[in-house]
Design a protein around this ligand. Sequence first.
Ligand code: 5GP
Ligand code: ZN
Length: 144
Amino acid sequence: MKDCIFCKIINNEIPSYKVYEDEDVYAFLDISQTTPGHTLLIPKKHVKDIFAYDQTLAQSVLGKIPLIAQALKKVLPNLNGLNLISNNGKIAGQAVFHSHFHFIPRYNEKDTFTLKFHDNSKNYSAEVLNKLAQSISKQIKNEI
Ligand code: 5GP
Ligand code: ZN
C-alpha cells in the first residue's frame, strides 16, 4: 500500500535489518530496539490490524511466532523471557497501521520496557463475568 512504511520495507524501498522472509511474512529488527533484539513480524499483505485477519492469514503469520521466538532465545545471550505484543488501534498504542507483532526480549528488571496489568477483579461479580463470557462465547460460535 502506498504511503505505508512497512509495505515500503517489504518492497526494499526503505532499508531494514531483515531476520526472516517467506512468501507470507517479513521479520526485521525494530528501529527502536526497546530491548536488544526487539523484532517485528509483519504479514506481506497490507492489513491494518488483527481485526482484518482471516484464518488463513492468521495461520501463515502467527504460525511463524515460535520459529522467531526460539531463534531469538538461541542467539541472544542472557535472554530470560520474551514479551509478544501486538498493538491494535490507536488507543492500544498502534502507531504504524500495518499489522505487526513485537518480540521484546527480556533480560532483567532494568529492561527499558514495562508492562502492567492492573487487577480490577474486585469490581466484577460472578454474574457480570458469566454474562460477559457467554456473550463472547456465543459470538465465537457464530464466527466458526
Ligand atoms: P506500534 O506502536 O505501531 O505497535 O509499533 C510500531 C513500531 O515500528 C515501533 O516500535 C517503531 O520503533 C517501529 N518502526 C517505525 N518505523 C520504523 C522503521 O522505519 N524501521 C523499523 N525497523 N522500525 C520502525
Ligand atoms: Zn502496509
